[in-house]
Design a protein around this ligand. Sequence first.
Ligand code: ADP
Ligand code: ZN
Length: 304
Amino acid sequence: MQHPRLAGVELGGTKCVVVLGTGPTIIAREQFPTTTPDETLGRAAQILRQWHRAEPVSALGIASFGPVRIDPAAPDFGSILATPKPGWAGARVLKILRGAIAGPIGLDTDVNAAALAEHAQGAAQGCSNVVYLTIGTGLGGGVLLEGRPVHGALHPEIGHIRLRRAPGDDFAGACPFHGDCVEGLIAGPALAERLGGKAADLAPSDPAWQMVAHDLAQLIACLMLAFSPHRIVIGGGVGLGQPHLIDSARLLAPALLADYLGEQDAAKMQDLVRPAMLGADAGPLGALVLAARSLTGQQHDDLD
Ligand code: ADP
Ligand code: ZN
């Protein structure tokens, strides 16, 4: 069977990646910094129009940073909501990109898209309940339940959950909204404050990592209780750059659960919590999955 020609846009807080795919394979890619909404989305639309003119593109997938309105019934569907990112609150992402190709459009959060990509061809293959976490400039989480991305009233905002802190940990946290939510404790900017600006250079054996591992373990335990995932996939600059954090968190999480979910031995935790396999391609590949789903009417969570 011939794969359809699909396009995807991963709109990130720092960069925008526009890809062309034949089915799930990326065949062309353009990448540029995220500046103003008009400049960034205008450039993405121009690239899409060029590709579409050269040979028709069947569908488009948009994987956007959040918070973003992904409810198709809402008047501001496809717009960025309240964000501290200057100039982007209210940006009409879908409206600017919509005219660039003729086919259907799938829109979701960047992390739901990444979860779909890891599910389709990465670390969550064969798993129906999946949490994808990116620990990078921020901390975001995408959730698939029974193989479908969770939207709900807005979409999950896992990064802003507050957790029980390790005894003796008095770091105030770096989230401008909440201080010590989990993003404020373990995303890149938080680590820069917490570890004195040298997270990437700090040896894995440095005791300063212990509190960070504790916080990640708390998050993992919380996600296990909330979503009953078959797999938790961890990506992002911190997640993939400090693999020892995943190892430590796997060891610490079972004690936090106190065997409530049954005995979680090392093999089970190893199976449950995995580093992302698709790296920086999870978002763009996820955008292509959104495009493919839109062709079969699966773009929204109320449709099968
Ligand atoms: P973004 O979240 O903007 O898409 P990344 O996922 O690459 O980008 O995350 C960038 C963040 O990850 C920065 O805060 C950076 O300091 C941090 N980071 C990158 N590599 C490492 C590393 N090896 N160790 C710790 N932190 C890292
Ligand atoms: Zn927060």
